[in-house]
Write a protein that binds this ligand. Structure first.
Ligand SMILES: Nc1ncnc2c1ncn2[C@@H]1O[C@H](COP(=O)(O)OP(=O)(O)OP(=O)(O)O)[C@@H](O)[C@H]1O
Length: 266
C-alpha cells in the first residue's frame, strides 16, 4: 500500500478514484467535476490534462511550486479563463455551455482579492451581493449572514483600507460566499497573514468546508496538513501526485511532497 500512496499517480486519470476512495465514496455529492483541462499561453502549455473532482463537505488542496500552474487551474475552474480543452461542471451545470447557472454555484477569491478598499465592508458586500443578482430585498440579510460567517459582524461600518490584512482577507472570502455557493475557490488565501490571522482564516476555511466544498491553492505543505481532506500536487502544469488525509501522516510523504513542490529552475 505504501508504494501506492507514495507513488506518482498512474498516467491514466481513470485510476485516480481508487487512490482516493477512503475519503470520497462514490456516492458522495460531487460539486465540481473538471476533466482533462489543458491551457496554453502563447506557445507554452501552462496546464496539461488536469482532472479534479470535489465533493460536498470537502477541502481540496492544490499544492505546487511557484509557477506550477495552480492559479491557471483555479481561474479555469472559476470561469475566468477558458480552457483550450477539457470540461468543467459545477453542481451539474456545464461551465462552458451554461456559464451563468454554473457560476451562480461558485464563489472565487483570486490571488489578489477584488476589494474596493475605499468602501465600507457593508457597502462592498452589498455591491458583491447585487453583482450576484441577489434580490434587493434579500441583500441586507445576505450581507449580515456572510459577515457573521466570516467574523465580520462588528466591522460593517469600517472602510476596508483601514482593516488588517487578515480582516481584508475575510472580506474577500465573504464576497466569495455571499450567494451561498456550493463550491468555494480560494487562490492562496493565507498568503501574507501573520500567525494569528493564519490560524483564524484556516479555521474559517475549515468551517466553510464542512457545509460547502472548498478548493484552495497553496505552496505550503503545512497548509495542506492543517486544512485539507485531500491534496493534488501540480508540477510544471501536470498533476503528479494525489493523496487523501489518511496518507498525510505517512512516513516519507513530507519528503516526497517537498521534492515534488520544489521550484523547477528553467
Ligand atoms: N498571462 C500570462 N502570460 C504569460 N505567462 C503566464 C501568464 N499567466 C501565467 N503565466 C505563466 O504560467 C505559469 C503558471 O502560472 P500560475 O500563476 O498558474 O502558477 P502558480 O502555481 O499559481 O504560481 P504562484 O504560486 O507563483 O502564484 C507561470 O510560469 C507563469 O509565469
Amino acid at each position: 500500500m505504501r508504494s501506492d500512496i507514495l507513488g506518482y499517480i498512474p498516467p491514466n486519470p481513470q485510476l485516480l478514484p481508487h487512490l482516493l476512495s477512503h475519503s470520497t465514496p462514490a456516492t458522495a455529492d460531487v460539486t465540481l467535476n473538471a476533466q482533462h483541462l489543458s491551457r496554453r499561453i502563447g506557445k507554452r502549455e501552462i496546464v496539461h490534462d488536469v482532472t479534479l473532482t470535489l465533493h460536498r463537505g470537502e477541502v481540496l488542496g492544490l499544492l505546487g511550486h511557484n509557477g506550477a500552474g495552480k492559479s491557471t487551474v483555479l481561474q479555469m475552474l472559476a470561469g475566468v479563463l477558458t480552457p483550450d480543452s477539457g470540461e468543467i461542471s459545477i453542481s451539474g451545470f456545464d461551465l462552458l455551455l451554461q456559464p451563468q447557472a454554473a457560476k451562480a454555484k461558485l464563489g472565487f477569491l483570486p490571488e489578489m482579492p477584488p476589494l474596493y478598499k475605499e468602501l465600507t465592508v457593508d457597502a462592498y458586500l452589498a455591491f458583491a451581493a447585487r453583482l450576484r443578482l441577489i434580490p434587493t430585498a434579500k441583500v441586507h440579510a445576505a450581507v449580515a449572514h456572510a459577515k457573521h460567517r466570516c467574523g465580520l459582524s462588528a466591522m460593517g461600518k469600517k472602510i476596508i483600507a483601514t482593516l488588517s490584512k487578515g480582516y481584508q482577507q475575510r472580506v474577500g472570502i465573504a464576497q466569495a460566499i455571499i450567494h451561498e455557493p456550493d463550491v468555494i475557490i480560494l487562490d492562496e488565501p493565507t498568503v501574507g497573514l501573520d500567525p494569528a490571522q493564519l490560524r483564524e482564516i484556516r479555521a474559517l476555511i475549515r468551517e466553510l468546508g464542512n457545509t460547502h466544498s472548498v478548493i484552495l491553492s497553496t505552496h505550503l505543505l503545512p497548509e495542506v496538513a492543517a486544512l485539507c481532506d485531500r491534496v493534488e500536487v501540480i508540477r510544471q502544469g501536470k498533476q503528479v501526485y494525489s493523496a487523501d488525509r489518511s496518507a498525510f501522516d505517512h512516513d516519507g510523504l513530507e519528503d516526497r511532497l517537498v521534492e515534488l513542490t520544489t521550484e523547477v529552475t528553467p
